[in-house]
Design a protein around this ligand. Structure first.
Ligand code: SF4
Length: 382
């Protein structure tokens, strides 16, 4: 296979996937990430370069890093990691609301899926509730970064609540796409996880014409009223690889299915997963800082596992079983999009105390995404 003829240069970072199996590991010293998909029938057992189709899925500057050449224990600290723009905004919303109006400020659901963040805001005067019925009439309430269904907005209006909406703009984008496609008369196939707040909100935008698919098997079983009018959308925090497999199956079953204009899996989810993949050959253990209910953190663990690295999700360093470190020379450390940096630094200190004094921070891409505050808060600030 001559990549040059296809417009790619020696040194490009390439990942070859045969159906859902990685058949060639990524090249190490690349400058971009390119997925090559292989079109082959299900019975094919051999890799055939003639069946390769080039499909760039992402482009990410990959700065060379030094694999651990010696016997010393080493930590590869991944970047980007931790807070994304949607989480920063949501936390700012609660803090600013507390400053402006004083406690209590009610927050529907966890503002972001991280226990430490929620505990810190609770200590500052935020009151977390599961449903708006727990908020006194006329009080001020904040919607979390994961978004809500229209029924929740309606309830807020009926109860005359002062709402500040901290829904991440990238989640709102998915909601708007769902509404637009439904208006066009399409069925909406939403790829996501059943009980996640974001999925509940998105499905609530288009009840009656939406279908949830969690796995390839769900896609196999899916029956639609009109297979010629169908769109798919995804939760923002899914595994890129698993989603690709599900989309592939949907396309096989419903050849006219169309996706969103730009993928719904958000930049932060994608960047953190790509960083894990990039370092996977250099590490034997991956520690992901994040809460058990954080979808994007759990996906990082899955990506590590899928790339052959023993991977664990830890709320903080107290969750680490030191037996995990037995015989381990190279550890990767990252954090989900809702995990605060101070927990990462505490984990680094924990590892340093256990002999991992050699540290290299691997930065794959500069993240400079920022979201403005919700209009209802801006008005109060002005
Ligand atoms: Fe928004 Fe993505 Fe962060 Fe979720 S993970 S809050 S979609 S930027």
């Amino acid at each position: 296979m001559r990549l040059g003829r296809l417009g790619y240069q020696y040194g490009d970072r390439v990942e070859i996937v045969y159906r859902s199996f990685i058949v060639a590991a990524p090249f190490r010293h690349g400058t971009a990430t390119i997925r090559l998909r292989i079109r082959a029938d299900t019975n094919a057992t051999k890799f055939d370069p003639r069946l390769v189709i080039i499909e760039p899925i992402a482009s990410m500057p990959l700065k060379p890093f030094a694999p651990n050449p010696g016997v010393d224990k080493k930590v590869f600290l991944l970047k980007p990691r931790g807070f994304c723009a949607g989480v920063v905004r949501a936390i700012d919303v609660v803090k600013i609301a507390l400053d402006l109006y004083g406690p209590p400020v009610y927050v529907r659901k966890e503002i972001v899926h991280n226990k430490h963040v929620v505990d810190e805001l609770r200590d500052a005067g935020a009151v977390f509730v599961e449903e708006l019925s727990e908020v006194p009439e006329g009080a001020r309430a904040i919607f979390s970064a994961h978004g809500v269904a229209p029924a929740v907005r309606k309830e807020a209006k009926e109860r005359r609540l002062e709402i500040i909406d901290a829904t991440c703009p990238l989640v709102t984008k998915v909601h708007l796409e769902a509404v637009k496609f439904a208006r066009e008369g399409s069925s909406i196939v939403l790829i996501g996880h059943k009980d996640h707040d974001e999925v509940i909100g998105t499905l609530g935008e288009v009840p009656g014409c939406s279908f949830l698919v969690e796995t390839v098997e769900d896609a196999d079983r899916l029956e639609l009223p009109d297979p010629t009018r169908v769109r798919y959308l995804t939760q923002t925090t899914l595994s890129l690889d698993e989603t690709l497999d599900i989309v592939q199956r949907l396309k096989e079953r419903f050849p006219l299915i169309q996706g969103p204009p730009a993928q719904d899996i958000c930049y932060a989810t994608e960047n953190r997963q790509m960083a894990v993949k990039a370092v996977s050959e250099a590490i034997e253990l991956l520690l992901v800082v994040g809460s058990q209910n954080s979808s994007n953190s759990k996906r990082l663990v899955e990506v590590g596992d899928n790339f052959g690295v023993r991977s664990f999700l830890v709320n903080d360093c107290s969750d680490i079983d030191t037996a995990w470190l037995d015989g381990i020379r190279n550890v990767g450390v990252t954090a989900g999009a809702s995990a605060p940096e101070h927990l990462v630094q505490e984990l680094m200190e924990f590892l340093r105390e256990r002999g991992y004094r050699n540290m290299e921070e691997i930065e794959l891409v500069d993240e400079d995404v920022r979201f403005s505050l919700p209009a209802e808060l801006m008005i109060s600030i002005q």
